[in-house]
Design a protein around this ligand. Structure first.
Ligand code: DUC
Ligand code: ZN
Ligand code: ZN
Ligand code: ZN
Length: 532
């Protein structure tokens, strides 16, 4: 037969168009789009019954198989998910490619060795979907960068790095941020910035501790929105100085979004990402509207950094940013820690106890469930992050697209096309171009086809033991996920395997460099001689 698979009767949506089209797939690629493709030409046919058919999700911000330095005593927190479980939840939620982080610790002299070790983890566990890496740089030795960054780009196709402006173990000073931006610019590497002022956070955290305000809900008080706004403004000044393309990851505060917006309007191109937690959670949730009492340790489940905004006003402003282009991409920042786990959220109780009693607390996995009920902990020892890989697309579909907050085309742009362009995967990913694009698709149910349901963690396929979105109502969910022509998820059934996913070598960003070269910049803000 001429085609391996034909998808009929769908509303095909790309970032630019939508319409009633059939799609033919051959050898893992999009082969042909037309109003009516003969079903007899295909080995297999899927009837989309009028549902949306879109390019598979590209989640550009995921943490799997990563350790995080946590608390003061050097114990590290461990991600709930590895490549296998993370990618499994990805395909069950319509995502066909994710980018995760190879994390340099300060004691690691070589980022290449970090990437090699991380790749070994991926190969050992396998992946249900396609994947690639960013690198987190915490020890920016210039000679190392000059030696290794070109190899990273050439051999690994890694064209992006993440830098932190907070966390004692990760935080870079301004001169170090400049060092990396300067080297990154030479190779068209996109710099991803975690913008929070680490010094303000640790100062406020000490003040909260003095007053005994240590429960999980006070995490947000240690990081009021100005913390993010200041760091965002400062990083923009640095980026403009160097004329380096930056992307602000996980923007949570409306005031940071405003600074980003006004910089874009002024004509200096910067890019930003927001995530589901900032559209659906508020300080009120952290103060346990969801759980039993304001003192409840269970609020630790919602702790992430930056924290969600104070109330719905911020959320609405972020929705506006998704519509008007302030945000280029929408990613999960899936950074799952198990709640009942001595290397997960429970660290907030264990290390708190140790810090009071001054000795090592003999708590193991068997006892952790017991201690977590009725006990309080200290937010400063709780690892920061929430699960969200599988719920990313369904949340934006149900609460954005279905409620008329964004169009179907914008949905595709935010979740697939723009991340693919931003990180050099386009048009292999993020598009439906015959002959060029991988046949990665997500097909939704037609409206009203499934009974609305309330989300429980049992629905999900990650290894985390909770979701921040349990209890929310869903009227739609990915019906089919297709990875390079193979149906890997169909009507609630996982059909893929952990040998399906392939590593993706990436090109330089297809958004940032040309934009920076044509940037309108104020000469008073820029050291032009630097890059002549
Ligand atoms: N930054 C992330 O990107 N993810 C989780 C925690 C953090 O600080
Ligand atoms: Zn971050
Ligand atoms: Zn993250
Ligand atoms: Zn329990």
């Amino acid at each position: 037969k001429q085609f391996n698979l034909v998808i009929k009767n769908g509303i095909v949506v790309t970032s630019g168009d939508s319409g009633p089209l059939d799609i033919a797939i051959k050898e893992g690629k999009i082969a042909y789009l037309a109003a009516d493709i003969d079903a007899n030409l295909a080995e297999k046919v899927i009837d989309a019954e009028g549902g949306y058919v879109m390019p598979g999700g590209v989640d550009a911000h995921v943490h799997v198989a990563q350790d995080f330095p946590s608390g003061a005593n050097g114990v590290s927190a461990q991600c709930a998910d590895n490549f296998e479980s993370g990618s499994r939840s990805a395909v069950c939620g319509g995502t066909t490619t994710f980018l995760s982080f190879a994390h340099q610790n300060r004691c690691d002299p070589s980022i290449l060795e970090v990437v090699e070790a991380y790749d070994k983890l991926a190969k050992e566990s396998g992946s249900y979907c396609d994947y690639g890496y960013h690198v987190i740089i915490t020890q920016p030795d210039i000679e190392m960068l000059q030696r290794e960054l070109p190899v990273l780009v050439k051999n690994w196709g890694i064209t992006s790095c993440k830098l932190f402006m907070t966390y004692a173990a990760l935080q870079l000073r301004d001169n170090e941020l400049l060092d990396v931006m300067f080297e990154a610019r030479k190779l068209a590497i996109t710099t991803m910035i975690h913008a929070e002022n680490g010094d303000i956070i640790s100062w406020l955290t000490d003040k909260l501790q003095e007053k005994g305000m240590v429960e999980p809900r006070f995490h947000a008080q240690s990081r009021p929105p100005v913390v993010e706004m200041e760091a965002t403004s400062r990083a923009i000044v640095l980026a403009e100085m160097i004329q380096n393309p930056v992307l602000f990851v996980h923007v949570g505060s409306a005031s940071a979004a405003e600074v980003i917006r006004s910089t874009q309007t002024r004509g200096f191109p910067i890019y930003a990402e927001t995530c589901p937690q900032y559209l659906h959670l508020t300080w009120e949730d952290l103060a346990s509207k969801k759980f039993h009492s304001p003192q409840c340790f269970e609020n630790a489940k919602l702790i992430c950094s930056p924290p969600p905004g104070p109330d719905n006003t911020d959320q609405e402003l972020l929705w506006t940013g998704l519509r008007n282009g302030t945000f280029t991409i929408y990613s999960s920042d899936h950074c799952a820690f198990r709640y009942h786990d001595v290397r997960g959220k429970a660290l907030g109780i264990i290390q708190h106890k140790e810090s009071i009693e001054g000795s090592t607390c003999p708590i193991d996995d068997d006892h952790v469930h017991e201690i977590m009920h009725g006990k309080t902990g200290n937010f400063k020892y709780i690892p920061n992050g929430c699960p969200g890989l599988e719920t990313r697309l369904p949340l934006l579909f149900n609460y954005g697209l279905a409620q008329g907050r964004i169009t179907a085309e914008r949905f595709v742009e935010l979740t697939s096309t723009a991340p693919a362009k931003l990180y050099g995967l386009y048009p292999k990913k993020g598009a439906l171009m015959p002959g060029l694009s991988d046949a990665d698709l997500v097909i939704w149910y037609p409206e009203g086809h499934i009974k609305p349901f309330s989300l429980t963690n049992d629905h999900l396929h990650h290894d985390a033991d909770y979701s921040p979105y349990e209890g929310m109502e869903f009227k739609n969910w990915p019906r089919y996920t297709i990875l390079r022509g193979k149906v890997v998820w169909a009507e609630g059934e996982l059909l893929g395997s952990k040998t399906d996913g392939q590593y993706q070598k990436r090109k330089p960003s297809q958004l940032t460099m040309s934009a920076v070269k044509t940037a309108r910049t104020d000469r008073r803000r820029v050291a032009t001689w630097l890059y002549q």
